[in-house]
Design a protein around this ligand. Structure first.
Ligand code: ATP
Ligand code: ZN
Length: 287
């Protein structure tokens, strides 16, 4: 009997490749022959992996050639294909922004009227302009969009930005965000119940990995007379674990802290008399 496998499409090479493979690895899924990079199967999970250009992934998922895929929201919106977003993955963060030559003044979306804008995202840009009742001349180019104004091909660009350094190096400044984007897991809209079950298993693991990445395990020593105050500072999954130390009058306190509040709490713990604070990464976290 052939085993049912869920087919996932991920980027073949490029900005999403490493993080996508890494995520599967952290979910305990071992891939065979990642090097030949066309397709591979997992040894220990019912998953088959296709390596594709990111632009093609929404189409493959809509057609059911792949059941699920990992792609940027920017590409998903641009391709406008039928697929469900099942999980935001937190990597590949960027934004699609309008950028104009640095020396120019920006006078709002209305000033785009009649301008020539170079982009690889004509559909998203068109929708954005329509929303603002602006008509502009969209010039579609597939790569190196940022050089278009410099060579006289366009007045401005709508391009992906993360740090802004590429724009800066090309004499441009970012003036408007059109879309905020990150990598998402998408799924075909009509998975079979068996496929749905595998997807839920995979999502369960992904959520445990993501949660663990946002939290740290903390161990510290506390003088017993300060214990109430110290415990009050620590949220923990239920409540902190408190164990007596071999030395009289001291306890060991264990807890889980989220990354966002981490440094604030550490400082307060020190002030409250905590010593020997250890902070350890968490591999998986199931609540
Ligand atoms: P492919 O060969 O698969 O078509 P590509 O050249 O279109 O690759 P990459 O540059 O590898 O794409 O980017 C893939 C995705 O990474 C983008 O669609 C976007 O979602 C995300 N990304 C994150 N930061 C950036 C950035 N600074 N510039 C471009 N894309 C970024
Ligand atoms: Zn692409």
């Amino acid at each position: 009997m052939s085993q049912i496998r869920l087919k996932i499409a991920i980027q073949k090479s490029g900005r999403l490749y490493e993080d996508s493979v890494q995520l599967l690895k952290e979910c305990g899924i071992q891939l065979r022959n990642v090097k030949d990079r066309l397709r591979t199967e997992a040894d220990n999970f019912p998953l088959e992996v296709f390596f594709l250009r990111d632009d093609d992934i929404p189409q493959y998922v809509e057609d059911g050639v792949a059941d699920i895929g990992i792609v940027g929201e920017n590409v998903l919106q641009e391709k406008n294909k039928k697929a469900f977003v099942v999980e935001a993955l937190g990597f590949g963060k960027c934004r699609l922004s309008l950028a104009i030559p640095r020396a120019e003044e920006y006078e709002g979306v209305q000033s785009l009227q009649g301008k020539k804008i170079a982009t690889s995202y004509p559909f998203i840009l068109q929708e954005f302009l329509k929303e603002h009742n602006v008509t502009a001349d969209i010039h579609e180019i597939s790569g190196s969009v940022e050089i278009a104004p410099g060579i006289g091909l366009a007045d401005m660009v709508a391009d992906l930005v993360s740090s802004g350094s590429t724009l800066f190096m090309n004499g441009l400044k970012e003036v408007e965000t059109i879309l905020e984007s990150q990598a998402v897991m998408i799924s075909n809209i009509a998975l079979s119940s068996e496929q749905e079950l595998i997807l839920q298993k995979l999502l369960f693991r992904i959520r445990a990995v993501k949660k663990a990445q946002k939290n740290k395990y903390i161990l510290l020593n506390a003088p017993n007379d300060q214990l109430t105050q110290i415990i009050g500072l620590l949220p923990g999954m239920k409540s902190p674990t408190v164990l007596p130390l071999a030395i009289e009058g001291w306890s060991s306190v264990h807890s889980v802290l989220s990354e966002d509040t981490f440094w604030d709490i550490i400082e307060q713990l020190k002030e409250a008399g905590a010593e020997g604070i250890l902070v350890v990464p968490i591999e998986k976290m199931i609540v």
